[in-house]
Design a protein around this ligand. Sequence first.
Ligand code: AMP
Length: 170
Amino acid sequence: MKKLEDLILTYKDFPKKGIDFKDVLEILQYPDIFQDLILKMSSTQFLKNAEAIISIDARGFIFGSAVALESSKPMLVARKPGKLPGQLLTREYDLEYGKNSLSIQCNALKKFDSFVIVDDLLATGGTVNCVSKLLHDQRKETLGLLTVVELKELKGRSKLDFPVQSMVTI
Ligand code: AMP
């Protein structure tokens, strides 16, 4: 019988030498474990107080939309460059392996004041911090981060000024 931890696969030196890439996609091939994970993520206390979820491109969308359905919360997306139409708020950030930027659609953001961020993995915290700063600049509140995997060694949690609920700590 497989457990959630068994479904987080490690690929050495991907996408760059020195990075141990943690692949969460195997979880999707085990519906019972996936469902159990979504139920657990959806029962997090700080999620109950949030008006909406904001999911991060791209694996965050998989888990975020399932949590949004289970918790009956609206969901927004934070996307990588060139993907979203309309008026956008954009911010650059540092990755464990490189630089990127994320954008949120202004019209969607206007409707809500408090958010829970959902992503597949917390590493250095740069990605989540970028989204939280984008929200903060618009006077929106981040109530917490829900993530499937947390890479403890990189201490991403210590850079965030809101609670983190991770399902697997490595
Ligand atoms: P960070 O900004 O360093 O916390 O990185 C988190 C984001 O980058 C998440 O959206 C992850 O999907 C991705 N990421 C960073 N490091 C890894 C890793 N070692 N394995 C898989 N995804 C990663």
